[in-house]
Design a protein around this ligand. Structure first.
Ligand code: ADP
Ligand code: MG
Length: 615
């Protein structure tokens, strides 16, 4: 009552404002005002005054501070009554305690914020759907996964469910299964993702490997309320695995070639002995024939056929990496340019030929073998461009492994290119796709052998229709080694020395003995290392030991060591088609031992023996 300034309160008012319910004292306006929170009074008073002036209803919320210090929130509503003159006479109001509601709402908000923080902070991409497939929510990891900006609004509607690429890997199917109440899982699917429907964001394209789990959230009656999808990116792991598989495949390939190499090397070794005998006896036959003998032509043909065979065994030996090498340090560029005129002649007129070399440091490689590598690659490139094209030879600096500088030789053609099938067998000896009589299948096998034996590596880029590039990498090598001294002084004096010839192959032993006897030497033969040691016991003087390297039992190098120890000054000549004896190989490459490569001609044998004795 505005006139008497008295308030009539319900018991609930007394309680709310912190007065005992039994305190039914006469309430005055200050009893009300005193307990309103100071911060809330101005707004509350304003609401009431406005309603009074405008004759409208008022609403307000405010806090009550009770004498015990506790605070309650309440909302109030009311209106004024007026006399005939329009003056306010009374105010009617009611209040409602909102404290518990507000607390519950605040708790709910807090819980919601907490869950949001968990979902947003999760490293796993989370998306929540209605059962009909509408996206309700997507977290930061999910946005990142599909490459959408984190702060974009409206993006929640985007879903992998609608993405055709994701559907391809079965996401939609998983979703259906999940709506039917069963959780589902996708293991490692590759997604090639573009976000085309969101043109306002920069178009983002990403390939990634995805793993997902979908599970249904059930309501009180076991109906599916929502579907939650967890997606995580396993690209790093999958790529590491793919790399491992690729390396394993490379290793398997290398092991296969190693095995074939062993086989090829064995065959070539035995075959060399056969060829040595054929060539040698042909040489002897020729020297025994009169100059006008009509059969000389036949002998010549035998010699030519044996030489062709020698060519084959040489290629097989380079593949099996058992060749004796004479590596030297040289710049690839200069060597390539010296070969250009010869290479150009190999190419047809409709082929462009481009050579770009840079000074990139030396390599330590057998020069003849390098020429063989380049020649084989160029011939293959030519064969791959039956309708013409462009052949490019290039050198550049490269790396073997990180930190190991290398010299790179690249031979590129614009020809047919290769299928994966061809690439898988490329380096195997006798693998060819060329018509019978055109290809031997030894070209790349030889390249492989030479490059591996000289510490290099081959890399290949090729696909059908896109030409091929072979890259050969060799470790860079700067120090030059001593120039080989191969000059042989020939003296015409008849020979009188005594030679011990050790060779396990009877035909070859006989051959060597014949050739050298013919030169005037006294020859003693032995069929093995042990045999040779025994024979040597009974001979007072030997000038030179000519020995095969690879023999059952005591091999050539050990035999030579023992005999030289007993007889200082004994000269030694080794002969072999191939050897895995590293000490000897080293000696040969350093020019410190006399070495005769099988198969040899009568002339070559005579020369090396003579040279070694005279040196
Ligand atoms: P060949 O040349 O005698 O067939 P190679 O060992 O030199 O033997 O090559 C083996 C096979 O590799 C060839 O038959 C061919 O199918 C393929 N090849 C080699 N080089 C190339 C190239 N530059 N382009 C396309 N295919 C090639
Ligand atoms: Mg070839």
């Amino acid at each position: 009552d505005l006139e008497s300034n008295r308030i009539v309160w319900s018991p609930f008012h007394y309680e709310l404002f912190g007065y005992a319910a039994t305190d039914t004292f006469a309430v005055e306006f200050h009893h009300f005002q005193d307990r309103i929170h100071v911060d809330d009074w101005a707004a509350l008073a304003d609401a009431i005054d406005t309603a009074r002036a405008q004759k409208t209803q008022y609403h307000h919320t405010a806090r009550v501070v009770r004498p015990d210090g506790s605070t309650r929130w309440f909302s109030g509503t009311g209106r004024f009554q007026y006399d005939d003159g329009g003056n306010a006479t009374r105010m009617l109001g009611m209040v409602r305690d909102e404290t518990d509601e507000r607390q519950a709402a605040a708790q709910l908000r807090e819980r919601e914020q907490f869950l949001t923080a968990v979902i947003e902070g999760s490293p796993i991409g989370i998306q929540i759907f209605t059962p009909s497939g509408t996206s309700l929510r997507m977290n930061a990891a999910m946005r990142q996964l599909i490459g959408l900006p984190n702060d974009s609004i409206g993006i929640d509607e985007y879903s992998l469910l609608n993405d055709p690429e994701a559907q391809r890997v079965g996401v939609a199917e998983m979703f259906r299964q999940c709506v039917a109440g069963r959780p589902a899982r996708i293991e490692r699917r590759e997604v090639d993702f573009t976000a085309p429907s969101y043109a306002k964001w920069p178009v983002h394209h990403r390939r990634f490997w995805l793993e997902s789990v979908f599970f249904p959230v059930l309501g009180p009656n076991h109906e599916v309320h929502a579907v939650v999808a967890f997606n995580w990116d396993v690209t790093d792991r999958v790529e590491a695995e793919l790399t491992r598989q690729r390396l394993q495949e490379q290793l398997r390939q290398a092991q296969k070639l190693e095995a074939i190499g062993l086989l090829a090397g064995g065959v070539a070794h035995d075959f060399n002995n056969v060829l040595t005998a054929v060539m040698g006896f042909a040489d002897i036959l020729r020297s025994l024939s009169a100059a006008n003998d009509p059969n000389l032509e036949l002998v010549h043909q035998i010699r030519l056929a044996a030489e062709r065979g020698t060519n084959l065994t040489r290629q097989l030996l380079s593949f099996s990496r058992k060749q004796i090498l004479r590596p030297e340090v040289f710049e690839l560029g200069a060597e390539i340019h010296s070969m250009v005129p010869m290479l150009r002649r190999l190419l047809a007129t409709n082929m462009q030929f481009d050579v770009q070399t840079a000074t990139v440091g030396g390599v330590l490689v057998d020069r003849g073998q390098f020429q063989q590598v380049l020649l084989n690659l160029v011939v293959n490139a030519r064969d791959a461009m039956p309708n013409g094209g462009c052949l490019t030879i290039r050198t550049a600096a490269g790396q073997m492994d990180p930190g190991t500088p290398a010299v790179r030789l690249s031979v590129a053609d614009t020809g047919t290119g290769m299928t994966d099938e061809v690439k898988a067998h490329l380096f195997e000896p006798f693998f060819t796709t060329k018509e019978h009589g055109r290809g031997t299948g030894l070209g790349l096998a030889t390249v492989y052998g030479i490059v591996s034996q000289s510490g290099g590596r081959i890399e290949l880029e090729s696909s059908p229709g896109n030409g091929s590039v072979f890259h050969i990498l060799w470790p860079r090598c700067e120090h030059a080694n001593a120039a080989p001294t191969n000059q042989i002084a020939i003296t015409a004096a008849p020979r009188t020395e005594t030679l011990l010839v050790v060779e396990d192959d009877p035909a070859n032993r006989d051959l060597a003995a014949r050739i050298l006897t013919h030169e005037g030497y006294t020859i003693i033969t032995a069929a093995s290392g042990e045999d040779a040691l025994a024979v040597a016991e009974s001979i007072p003087h030997i000038d030179l030991l000519l020995t095969d390297v690879v023999m059952p039992g005591i091999g050539g190098r050990i035999l030579a060591e023992r005999l030289v120890k007993a007889r200082p000054g004994l000269r030694v000549v080794f002969m072999s088609g191939c050897t895995t004896d590293d000490v000897l190989r080293h000696g040969v490459s350093e020019n410190t031992v006399a070495f005769l490569q099988k198969p040899y001609s009568a002339d070559q044998l005579a020369r090396i023996v003579q040279h070694t004795l005279d040196a």
